[in-house]
Design a protein. Structure first.
Length: 518
Protein backbone atom coordinates (compact mmCIF):
# COMPACT_ATOMS: atom_id res chain seq x y z
CA UNK A 1 0.00 0.00 0.00
CA UNK A 2 2.26 2.74 -1.26
CA UNK A 3 -0.31 5.28 -2.53
CA UNK A 4 -0.89 8.15 -0.14
CA UNK A 5 -4.45 9.00 0.88
CA UNK A 6 -6.18 12.37 0.78
CA UNK A 7 -8.60 11.33 3.53
CA UNK A 8 -8.64 8.49 6.05
CA UNK A 9 -11.66 7.63 8.18
CA UNK A 10 -10.87 5.57 11.26
CA UNK A 11 -12.70 3.80 14.09
CA UNK A 12 -15.67 3.09 11.84
CA UNK A 13 -18.02 0.18 11.51
CA UNK A 14 -18.03 -0.37 7.78
CA UNK A 15 -20.95 -1.95 5.94
CA UNK A 16 -20.76 -2.95 2.30
CA UNK A 17 -23.60 -5.34 1.69
CA UNK A 18 -22.87 -6.80 5.11
CA UNK A 19 -20.79 -5.67 8.10
CA UNK A 20 -17.09 -5.71 7.24
CA UNK A 21 -14.14 -6.86 9.28
CA UNK A 22 -12.59 -3.45 8.72
CA UNK A 23 -12.55 -0.26 10.75
CA UNK A 24 -10.89 2.26 8.46
CA UNK A 25 -11.15 3.42 4.87
CA UNK A 26 -8.70 5.41 2.76
CA UNK A 27 -9.77 7.79 0.00
CA UNK A 28 -7.64 9.33 -2.72
CA UNK A 29 -8.38 11.19 -5.96
CA UNK A 30 -12.09 10.82 -5.25
CA UNK A 31 -11.97 7.03 -5.11
CA UNK A 32 -11.85 4.39 -2.41
CA UNK A 33 -8.21 3.28 -2.08
CA UNK A 34 -8.31 0.66 0.63
CA UNK A 35 -10.11 -0.51 3.73
CA UNK A 36 -8.85 -2.47 6.68
CA UNK A 37 -7.67 -2.04 10.25
CA UNK A 38 -6.81 1.36 11.66
CA UNK A 39 -3.17 0.30 11.82
CA UNK A 40 -2.96 -0.91 8.23
CA UNK A 41 -4.81 2.01 6.69
CA UNK A 42 -2.74 4.54 8.64
CA UNK A 43 0.24 3.40 6.59
CA UNK A 44 -1.30 5.38 3.71
CA UNK A 45 -1.16 8.61 5.68
CA UNK A 46 1.09 11.44 4.58
CA UNK A 47 1.59 14.92 5.92
CA UNK A 48 -1.26 16.10 3.66
CA UNK A 49 -3.75 13.42 4.64
CA UNK A 50 -6.89 14.49 6.44
CA UNK A 51 -7.72 12.12 9.29
CA UNK A 52 -11.22 11.78 10.77
CA UNK A 53 -12.10 9.51 13.68
CA UNK A 54 -15.82 8.69 13.51
CA UNK A 55 -15.84 7.10 16.96
CA UNK A 56 -17.43 3.78 16.10
CA UNK A 57 -20.21 5.08 13.89
CA UNK A 58 -21.69 2.99 11.07
CA UNK A 59 -20.35 3.91 7.62
CA UNK A 60 -22.21 2.81 4.49
CA UNK A 61 -21.97 3.53 0.76
CA UNK A 62 -23.91 6.66 -0.14
CA UNK A 63 -27.58 5.91 -0.71
CA UNK A 64 -28.89 6.08 -4.29
CA UNK A 65 -32.57 6.78 -4.89
CA UNK A 66 -33.79 4.67 -7.81
CA UNK A 67 -36.74 6.96 -8.55
CA UNK A 68 -37.16 10.54 -7.35
CA UNK A 69 -38.45 13.72 -8.98
CA UNK A 70 -35.47 15.85 -8.00
CA UNK A 71 -35.39 18.19 -11.00
CA UNK A 72 -39.09 19.01 -10.71
CA UNK A 73 -39.19 19.25 -6.91
CA UNK A 74 -36.04 21.36 -6.73
CA UNK A 75 -37.74 24.26 -8.45
CA UNK A 76 -40.21 24.81 -5.58
CA UNK A 77 -38.31 23.32 -2.66
CA UNK A 78 -37.36 26.57 -0.95
CA UNK A 79 -40.94 27.84 -0.99
CA UNK A 80 -42.36 24.69 0.57
CA UNK A 81 -43.13 23.44 4.04
CA UNK A 82 -42.53 19.74 4.66
CA UNK A 83 -44.67 17.60 6.90
CA UNK A 84 -42.50 14.48 6.98
CA UNK A 85 -42.50 13.23 10.54
CA UNK A 86 -44.99 15.83 11.79
CA UNK A 87 -47.41 14.09 14.14
CA UNK A 88 -50.08 16.76 14.69
CA UNK A 89 -51.96 18.99 12.26
CA UNK A 90 -51.59 21.81 14.79
CA UNK A 91 -47.79 21.57 14.44
CA UNK A 92 -48.05 21.38 10.65
CA UNK A 93 -50.11 24.57 10.50
CA UNK A 94 -47.66 26.30 12.86
CA UNK A 95 -44.84 25.31 10.51
CA UNK A 96 -46.66 27.04 7.65
CA UNK A 97 -47.14 30.17 9.78
CA UNK A 98 -43.44 30.19 10.71
CA UNK A 99 -42.37 29.66 7.10
CA UNK A 100 -44.34 32.55 5.58
CA UNK A 101 -42.71 35.02 7.96
CA UNK A 102 -39.63 34.78 5.74
CA UNK A 103 -41.45 35.06 2.38
CA UNK A 104 -42.52 38.15 0.44
CA UNK A 105 -46.19 38.99 0.98
CA UNK A 106 -48.39 37.41 -1.65
CA UNK A 107 -45.98 34.62 -2.61
CA UNK A 108 -47.16 31.02 -2.83
CA UNK A 109 -46.30 28.42 -0.25
CA UNK A 110 -47.59 25.05 0.79
CA UNK A 111 -46.90 21.38 1.29
CA UNK A 112 -46.29 19.37 -1.89
CA UNK A 113 -46.84 15.77 -0.93
CA UNK A 114 -44.98 13.40 1.37
CA UNK A 115 -47.68 13.29 4.06
CA UNK A 116 -50.96 11.58 4.93
CA UNK A 117 -53.81 12.78 7.19
CA UNK A 118 -53.53 9.57 9.17
CA UNK A 119 -50.10 10.55 10.48
CA UNK A 120 -51.70 13.34 12.55
CA UNK A 121 -53.32 12.92 15.92
CA UNK A 122 -56.29 14.79 14.44
CA UNK A 123 -56.59 12.20 11.64
CA UNK A 124 -57.69 14.76 9.07
CA UNK A 125 -56.36 17.28 6.54
CA UNK A 126 -56.38 21.06 7.05
CA UNK A 127 -59.46 23.19 6.43
CA UNK A 128 -59.63 26.34 4.32
CA UNK A 129 -60.15 28.43 7.46
CA UNK A 130 -57.13 26.91 9.20
CA UNK A 131 -54.90 27.64 6.20
CA UNK A 132 -56.27 31.19 6.10
CA UNK A 133 -55.28 31.72 9.72
CA UNK A 134 -51.85 30.17 9.22
CA UNK A 135 -50.92 32.39 6.26
CA UNK A 136 -53.41 35.21 5.71
CA UNK A 137 -51.10 37.10 3.36
CA UNK A 138 -50.20 34.20 1.09
CA UNK A 139 -51.81 31.74 -1.32
CA UNK A 140 -51.38 28.33 0.31
CA UNK A 141 -52.04 24.89 -1.06
CA UNK A 142 -51.41 21.55 0.57
CA UNK A 143 -51.20 18.66 -1.88
CA UNK A 144 -51.81 15.07 -0.80
CA UNK A 145 -50.33 12.59 -3.21
CA UNK A 146 -51.91 12.87 -6.66
CA UNK A 147 -55.33 12.65 -5.05
CA UNK A 148 -56.37 16.06 -3.79
CA UNK A 149 -55.20 19.43 -2.56
CA UNK A 150 -56.42 21.85 0.09
CA UNK A 151 -56.32 25.60 -0.61
CA UNK A 152 -56.80 28.72 1.43
CA UNK A 153 -58.91 31.66 0.29
CA UNK A 154 -56.07 33.56 -1.38
CA UNK A 155 -55.08 30.49 -3.37
CA UNK A 156 -58.68 29.89 -4.47
CA UNK A 157 -58.95 33.52 -5.57
CA UNK A 158 -55.68 33.29 -7.50
CA UNK A 159 -56.95 30.24 -9.37
CA UNK A 160 -60.45 31.68 -9.90
CA UNK A 161 -61.99 28.76 -7.99
CA UNK A 162 -63.62 30.41 -4.98
CA UNK A 163 -67.19 29.65 -6.07
CA UNK A 164 -66.40 26.21 -7.49
CA UNK A 165 -64.56 24.93 -4.40
CA UNK A 166 -65.93 26.76 -1.34
CA UNK A 167 -64.46 24.20 1.07
CA UNK A 168 -60.98 24.68 -0.43
CA UNK A 169 -60.61 21.05 -1.58
CA UNK A 170 -59.77 20.22 -5.18
CA UNK A 171 -59.08 16.85 -6.73
CA UNK A 172 -56.68 15.84 -9.47
CA UNK A 173 -55.98 16.93 -12.11
CA UNK A 174 -56.91 20.32 -10.65
CA UNK A 175 -54.23 20.05 -7.97
CA UNK A 176 -51.60 19.72 -10.71
CA UNK A 177 -52.79 23.03 -12.15
CA UNK A 178 -52.17 24.65 -8.76
CA UNK A 179 -48.67 23.23 -8.69
CA UNK A 180 -47.90 24.74 -12.10
CA UNK A 181 -49.26 28.12 -10.99
CA UNK A 182 -47.10 28.10 -7.89
CA UNK A 183 -43.78 27.52 -9.65
CA UNK A 184 -41.68 30.65 -9.79
CA UNK A 185 -40.27 31.85 -13.10
CA UNK A 186 -37.15 33.20 -11.39
CA UNK A 187 -34.32 30.97 -12.64
CA UNK A 188 -31.83 32.13 -9.99
CA UNK A 189 -34.37 31.32 -7.25
CA UNK A 190 -34.94 27.86 -8.73
CA UNK A 191 -31.19 27.21 -8.85
CA UNK A 192 -30.84 28.15 -5.17
CA UNK A 193 -33.91 26.10 -4.33
CA UNK A 194 -32.52 23.03 -6.08
CA UNK A 195 -29.21 23.42 -4.24
CA UNK A 196 -31.12 23.54 -0.95
CA UNK A 197 -32.91 20.31 -1.83
CA UNK A 198 -29.66 18.55 -2.74
CA UNK A 199 -28.16 19.55 0.61
CA UNK A 200 -31.17 18.08 2.39
CA UNK A 201 -30.74 14.80 0.50
CA UNK A 202 -27.07 14.79 1.50
CA UNK A 203 -28.11 15.24 5.14
CA UNK A 204 -30.01 11.97 4.89
CA UNK A 205 -27.06 10.09 3.40
CA UNK A 206 -28.06 10.29 -0.26
CA UNK A 207 -25.24 10.78 -2.74
CA UNK A 208 -27.12 10.10 -5.96
CA UNK A 209 -30.40 9.32 -7.66
CA UNK A 210 -32.19 8.44 -10.84
CA UNK A 211 -34.42 11.38 -11.71
CA UNK A 212 -37.76 10.11 -12.99
CA UNK A 213 -38.82 13.24 -14.95
CA UNK A 214 -42.65 13.40 -14.65
CA UNK A 215 -45.70 15.23 -15.93
CA UNK A 216 -44.95 18.08 -18.32
CA UNK A 217 -41.17 17.86 -18.01
CA UNK A 218 -39.68 19.25 -21.22
CA UNK A 219 -36.21 20.53 -22.08
CA UNK A 220 -36.96 23.93 -20.52
CA UNK A 221 -37.78 22.27 -17.20
CA UNK A 222 -34.13 21.27 -16.78
CA UNK A 223 -32.60 24.75 -17.21
CA UNK A 224 -32.26 25.57 -13.47
CA UNK A 225 -30.92 22.10 -12.72
CA UNK A 226 -28.19 22.36 -15.33
CA UNK A 227 -27.41 25.91 -14.27
CA UNK A 228 -26.62 24.51 -10.84
CA UNK A 229 -24.57 21.53 -11.96
CA UNK A 230 -22.76 23.37 -14.75
CA UNK A 231 -21.36 25.53 -11.97
CA UNK A 232 -19.48 24.33 -8.94
CA UNK A 233 -22.07 21.86 -7.62
CA UNK A 234 -20.44 18.47 -7.15
CA UNK A 235 -22.38 17.10 -4.23
CA UNK A 236 -24.69 14.66 -5.97
CA UNK A 237 -24.73 12.20 -8.87
CA UNK A 238 -27.93 12.36 -10.91
CA UNK A 239 -28.88 9.99 -13.73
CA UNK A 240 -31.62 11.56 -15.81
CA UNK A 241 -34.63 9.93 -17.39
CA UNK A 242 -36.46 12.10 -19.92
CA UNK A 243 -40.12 11.61 -20.70
CA UNK A 244 -43.06 12.62 -22.80
CA UNK A 245 -44.27 16.10 -21.88
CA UNK A 246 -47.41 16.38 -23.99
CA UNK A 247 -50.37 13.96 -23.97
CA UNK A 248 -51.03 12.71 -27.48
CA UNK A 249 -47.62 13.77 -28.76
CA UNK A 250 -45.45 11.23 -26.97
CA UNK A 251 -43.63 9.85 -30.03
CA UNK A 252 -42.89 13.38 -31.23
CA UNK A 253 -41.59 14.34 -27.79
CA UNK A 254 -39.20 11.38 -27.75
CA UNK A 255 -38.22 12.16 -31.32
CA UNK A 256 -36.97 15.54 -30.11
CA UNK A 257 -35.15 14.01 -27.15
CA UNK A 258 -33.27 11.43 -29.22
CA UNK A 259 -32.10 14.16 -31.58
CA UNK A 260 -30.63 16.27 -28.78
CA UNK A 261 -29.31 13.92 -26.07
CA UNK A 262 -27.99 10.38 -25.81
CA UNK A 263 -27.87 7.84 -22.98
CA UNK A 264 -24.52 8.04 -21.24
CA UNK A 265 -23.82 11.63 -22.25
CA UNK A 266 -22.74 13.90 -19.42
CA UNK A 267 -20.17 13.47 -16.67
CA UNK A 268 -19.75 11.61 -13.39
CA UNK A 269 -22.19 13.94 -11.67
CA UNK A 270 -24.97 14.49 -14.21
CA UNK A 271 -25.60 11.98 -16.95
CA UNK A 272 -28.53 11.04 -19.17
CA UNK A 273 -29.70 7.51 -18.52
CA UNK A 274 -32.73 6.88 -20.73
CA UNK A 275 -36.47 7.36 -21.11
CA UNK A 276 -39.24 7.30 -18.51
CA UNK A 277 -41.21 7.11 -16.38
CA UNK A 278 -43.91 8.65 -18.57
CA UNK A 279 -43.65 6.91 -21.93
CA UNK A 280 -47.29 7.37 -22.87
CA UNK A 281 -49.97 9.13 -20.84
CA UNK A 282 -52.58 6.54 -21.83
CA UNK A 283 -50.64 3.85 -19.95
CA UNK A 284 -50.18 5.81 -16.72
CA UNK A 285 -52.35 4.40 -13.93
CA UNK A 286 -51.55 7.25 -11.51
CA UNK A 287 -51.41 5.92 -7.94
CA UNK A 288 -53.49 2.82 -8.63
CA UNK A 289 -56.29 3.97 -6.35
CA UNK A 290 -59.00 3.18 -8.87
CA UNK A 291 -59.31 0.49 -11.55
CA UNK A 292 -57.88 1.51 -14.90
CA UNK A 293 -57.48 -0.54 -18.04
CA UNK A 294 -54.32 0.57 -19.84
CA UNK A 295 -54.29 -2.38 -22.25
CA UNK A 296 -55.46 -0.23 -25.21
CA UNK A 297 -52.09 1.55 -24.92
CA UNK A 298 -50.09 -1.68 -25.33
CA UNK A 299 -49.34 -1.10 -29.01
CA UNK A 300 -48.19 2.45 -28.33
CA UNK A 301 -45.94 1.31 -25.47
CA UNK A 302 -44.43 -1.28 -27.81
CA UNK A 303 -43.91 1.18 -30.66
CA UNK A 304 -42.23 3.84 -28.49
CA UNK A 305 -40.16 1.24 -26.63
CA UNK A 306 -39.00 -0.29 -29.93
CA UNK A 307 -38.04 3.14 -31.29
CA UNK A 308 -35.98 3.79 -28.18
CA UNK A 309 -34.49 0.28 -28.02
CA UNK A 310 -33.31 0.60 -31.61
CA UNK A 311 -31.35 3.67 -30.51
CA UNK A 312 -29.94 2.01 -27.38
CA UNK A 313 -32.13 3.80 -24.86
CA UNK A 314 -33.00 2.22 -21.49
CA UNK A 315 -36.70 2.62 -20.69
CA UNK A 316 -38.45 2.86 -17.31
CA UNK A 317 -42.27 2.74 -17.26
CA UNK A 318 -44.66 3.56 -14.41
CA UNK A 319 -46.95 0.68 -13.46
CA UNK A 320 -48.67 0.21 -10.10
CA UNK A 321 -51.62 -2.08 -10.80
CA UNK A 322 -50.92 -5.69 -11.72
CA UNK A 323 -53.00 -5.27 -14.87
CA UNK A 324 -50.93 -2.24 -15.91
CA UNK A 325 -47.69 -4.14 -15.39
CA UNK A 326 -49.15 -6.95 -17.49
CA UNK A 327 -49.87 -4.54 -20.36
CA UNK A 328 -46.32 -3.18 -20.23
CA UNK A 329 -44.94 -6.71 -20.34
CA UNK A 330 -47.24 -7.57 -23.24
CA UNK A 331 -45.61 -4.71 -25.12
CA UNK A 332 -42.03 -5.53 -24.17
CA UNK A 333 -42.40 -9.21 -25.02
CA UNK A 334 -42.94 -8.18 -28.64
CA UNK A 335 -39.70 -6.19 -28.92
CA UNK A 336 -36.99 -7.29 -31.32
CA UNK A 337 -34.55 -8.62 -30.55
CA UNK A 338 -36.16 -10.16 -27.49
CA UNK A 339 -33.09 -9.64 -25.32
CA UNK A 340 -32.96 -5.86 -25.71
CA UNK A 341 -35.00 -5.01 -22.56
CA UNK A 342 -32.57 -7.03 -20.45
CA UNK A 343 -29.48 -5.69 -22.22
CA UNK A 344 -30.69 -2.08 -21.80
CA UNK A 345 -31.87 -2.67 -18.23
CA UNK A 346 -35.49 -1.78 -18.81
CA UNK A 347 -37.45 -1.28 -15.60
CA UNK A 348 -40.95 -1.26 -14.20
CA UNK A 349 -41.37 1.61 -11.75
CA UNK A 350 -43.28 0.88 -8.50
CA UNK A 351 -44.99 -2.48 -9.26
CA UNK A 352 -46.87 -2.20 -5.98
CA UNK A 353 -49.75 -4.53 -6.84
CA UNK A 354 -47.80 -6.87 -9.13
CA UNK A 355 -48.69 -10.55 -8.79
CA UNK A 356 -46.46 -13.57 -8.95
CA UNK A 357 -47.32 -14.45 -12.56
CA UNK A 358 -46.19 -11.06 -13.81
CA UNK A 359 -43.12 -11.19 -11.57
CA UNK A 360 -42.14 -14.41 -13.31
CA UNK A 361 -42.60 -12.71 -16.68
CA UNK A 362 -40.38 -9.85 -15.47
CA UNK A 363 -37.73 -12.34 -14.41
CA UNK A 364 -37.94 -14.12 -17.76
CA UNK A 365 -37.47 -10.84 -19.64
CA UNK A 366 -34.49 -9.92 -17.47
CA UNK A 367 -35.77 -6.43 -16.65
CA UNK A 368 -35.66 -4.78 -13.23
CA UNK A 369 -38.01 -3.09 -10.79
CA UNK A 370 -37.46 0.27 -9.14
CA UNK A 371 -39.34 -0.12 -5.88
CA UNK A 372 -40.49 2.76 -3.70
CA UNK A 373 -42.28 3.38 -0.43
CA UNK A 374 -45.46 4.85 -1.87
CA UNK A 375 -47.67 2.22 -0.27
CA UNK A 376 -46.55 3.46 3.13
CA UNK A 377 -48.60 6.59 2.33
CA UNK A 378 -51.57 5.13 0.48
CA UNK A 379 -52.19 1.74 2.09
CA UNK A 380 -55.50 2.83 3.59
CA UNK A 381 -56.48 4.74 0.44
CA UNK A 382 -55.95 1.64 -1.70
CA UNK A 383 -58.21 -0.49 0.48
CA UNK A 384 -61.33 0.82 -1.26
CA UNK A 385 -60.49 -0.95 -4.52
CA UNK A 386 -57.78 -3.52 -3.72
CA UNK A 387 -58.38 -6.98 -2.36
CA UNK A 388 -57.12 -7.63 1.17
CA UNK A 389 -54.60 -10.16 -0.16
CA UNK A 390 -53.24 -7.55 -2.59
CA UNK A 391 -52.76 -5.01 0.19
CA UNK A 392 -50.99 -7.53 2.39
CA UNK A 393 -48.58 -8.35 -0.43
CA UNK A 394 -47.98 -4.83 -1.73
CA UNK A 395 -45.24 -4.71 -2.77
CA UNK A 396 -43.44 -8.07 -2.91
CA UNK A 397 -39.69 -7.45 -2.47
CA UNK A 398 -39.02 -10.91 -1.07
CA UNK A 399 -40.60 -12.64 -4.08
CA UNK A 400 -38.78 -10.27 -6.44
CA UNK A 401 -35.42 -11.06 -4.89
CA UNK A 402 -36.12 -14.80 -4.72
CA UNK A 403 -36.85 -14.75 -8.45
CA UNK A 404 -33.53 -13.01 -9.12
CA UNK A 405 -35.11 -9.78 -10.36
CA UNK A 406 -32.81 -6.74 -10.11
CA UNK A 407 -34.40 -4.33 -7.63
CA UNK A 408 -33.42 -0.78 -6.74
CA UNK A 409 -35.08 1.07 -3.86
CA UNK A 410 -36.17 4.68 -3.93
CA UNK A 411 -38.68 7.18 -2.62
CA UNK A 412 -40.87 8.47 -5.50
CA UNK A 413 -40.58 11.79 -3.68
CA UNK A 414 -41.76 14.38 -3.34
CA UNK A 415 -45.48 14.31 -4.19
CA UNK A 416 -46.41 10.62 -4.08
CA UNK A 417 -44.29 9.89 -1.01
CA UNK A 418 -41.63 11.32 1.27
CA UNK A 419 -38.18 11.96 -0.19
CA UNK A 420 -36.65 10.55 3.02
CA UNK A 421 -34.85 7.28 2.15
CA UNK A 422 -35.16 6.04 5.72
CA UNK A 423 -38.95 6.20 5.50
CA UNK A 424 -38.80 3.85 2.53
CA UNK A 425 -36.24 1.61 4.22
CA UNK A 426 -38.49 1.44 7.27
CA UNK A 427 -41.41 0.45 5.06
CA UNK A 428 -39.38 -2.32 3.42
CA UNK A 429 -38.25 -3.65 6.80
CA UNK A 430 -41.37 -3.25 8.95
CA UNK A 431 -44.21 -3.09 6.41
CA UNK A 432 -45.92 -0.41 8.53
CA UNK A 433 -47.76 2.46 6.87
CA UNK A 434 -47.22 6.00 8.20
CA UNK A 435 -50.82 6.08 9.48
CA UNK A 436 -50.65 2.65 11.08
CA UNK A 437 -53.63 1.41 9.06
CA UNK A 438 -52.02 -1.56 7.33
CA UNK A 439 -49.01 -3.84 7.47
CA UNK A 440 -47.41 -5.97 4.81
CA UNK A 441 -47.18 -9.73 5.37
CA UNK A 442 -44.06 -10.89 7.17
CA UNK A 443 -43.19 -13.11 4.20
CA UNK A 444 -42.62 -9.99 2.07
CA UNK A 445 -40.45 -8.11 4.55
CA UNK A 446 -36.69 -7.74 4.10
CA UNK A 447 -34.06 -7.13 6.75
CA UNK A 448 -32.11 -3.89 7.12
CA UNK A 449 -29.06 -5.14 5.23
CA UNK A 450 -31.22 -6.22 2.32
CA UNK A 451 -33.02 -2.86 2.26
CA UNK A 452 -29.69 -1.02 2.31
CA UNK A 453 -28.40 -3.17 -0.55
CA UNK A 454 -31.47 -2.19 -2.59
CA UNK A 455 -30.81 1.50 -1.83
CA UNK A 456 -27.13 1.28 -2.80
CA UNK A 457 -25.84 -1.33 -5.24
CA UNK A 458 -29.39 -2.27 -6.25
CA UNK A 459 -30.06 1.23 -7.57
CA UNK A 460 -26.60 1.51 -9.16
CA UNK A 461 -27.39 -1.52 -11.34
CA UNK A 462 -29.94 0.47 -13.34
CA UNK A 463 -27.35 3.02 -14.47
CA UNK A 464 -24.76 0.34 -15.31
CA UNK A 465 -22.61 1.47 -12.36
CA UNK A 466 -22.84 -1.31 -9.79
CA UNK A 467 -19.06 -1.84 -10.09
CA UNK A 468 -18.19 1.73 -9.14
CA UNK A 469 -21.11 3.06 -7.06
CA UNK A 470 -23.19 1.79 -4.19
CA UNK A 471 -20.25 -0.03 -2.60
CA UNK A 472 -17.03 0.62 -0.66
CA UNK A 473 -14.76 -1.51 -2.82
CA UNK A 474 -11.31 -0.12 -3.68
CA UNK A 475 -11.58 1.54 -7.07
CA UNK A 476 -15.16 2.73 -6.56
CA UNK A 477 -16.25 6.34 -6.22
CA UNK A 478 -15.74 7.55 -2.67
CA UNK A 479 -19.42 8.26 -1.99
CA UNK A 480 -20.35 7.33 1.55
CA UNK A 481 -22.39 8.27 4.60
CA UNK A 482 -21.51 8.18 8.30
CA UNK A 483 -24.79 7.55 10.12
CA UNK A 484 -26.20 9.13 13.26
CA UNK A 485 -27.36 5.77 14.61
CA UNK A 486 -26.66 2.24 13.46
CA UNK A 487 -29.70 0.94 11.55
CA UNK A 488 -28.39 -2.62 11.82
CA UNK A 489 -28.59 -2.64 15.62
CA UNK A 490 -31.31 -0.07 16.37
CA UNK A 491 -35.01 -0.77 16.71
CA UNK A 492 -36.68 -1.07 13.27
CA UNK A 493 -39.25 1.51 14.39
CA UNK A 494 -36.46 4.08 14.76
CA UNK A 495 -35.36 3.82 11.12
CA UNK A 496 -37.21 6.96 9.90
CA UNK A 497 -35.09 9.08 12.28
CA UNK A 498 -31.71 7.97 10.90
CA UNK A 499 -29.64 10.64 9.16
CA UNK A 500 -26.08 11.18 8.08
CA UNK A 501 -23.66 13.05 10.32
CA UNK A 502 -21.16 13.20 7.46
CA UNK A 503 -21.76 12.67 3.75
CA UNK A 504 -18.90 12.36 1.28
CA UNK A 505 -19.22 12.53 -2.51
CA UNK A 506 -16.20 11.91 -4.69
CA UNK A 507 -13.95 12.13 -1.64
CA UNK A 508 -15.23 15.60 -0.70
CA UNK A 509 -17.11 16.23 2.53
CA UNK A 510 -20.43 17.68 1.36
CA UNK A 511 -22.33 17.58 4.64
CA UNK A 512 -21.13 17.26 8.20
CA UNK A 513 -22.24 18.04 11.74
CA UNK A 514 -19.30 16.31 13.46
CA UNK A 515 -15.74 17.46 13.98
CA UNK A 516 -13.82 16.97 10.71
CA UNK A 517 -10.72 19.02 11.61
CA UNK A 518 -8.45 16.03 12.12
Amino acid sequence: MSTRADLIITSARLWDGSPLDAEAIAIGAGMVQARGSNRDIMQLRSGETRLIDVEGRRVIPGLIDSHIHLVRAGRTWAAEVRWEGVTTLERGLADIADHVEHLPTGSWTGVIGGWHPGQFEERRPPTRAELDRAAPGHPVFVQRNYVEAFLNSRALDAMGWTDAHPDGRVVDPASLAVLRAAITNDEAAMVDSTREMVRELNRLGLTGAIDAAGFGMNAESYVPFFALFDGAERGFRTRLLVGAATPGEERADFGRWVETVAPGSGDDFVRYLGAGELVTYAAHDMEGLSPRDVSPATAEIAAISQDLADRGWPVHVHGILDSSVGAILDAWETLEPRGRPAELRYAICHADQVGEENLRRIADLGVGITLQGGMAFRGLDSAATWAVAQLEQAPRPRTMLDLGIPVGAGSDGTVAASYNPWTCISWLVTGKTVDGSARRDDEQLVDVSEALRLYTGGSAWFSFEADTRGNLQPGSHADLAVLSTDPLTSSPDSLPSVESVMTIVGGEIIHSNIDTRG
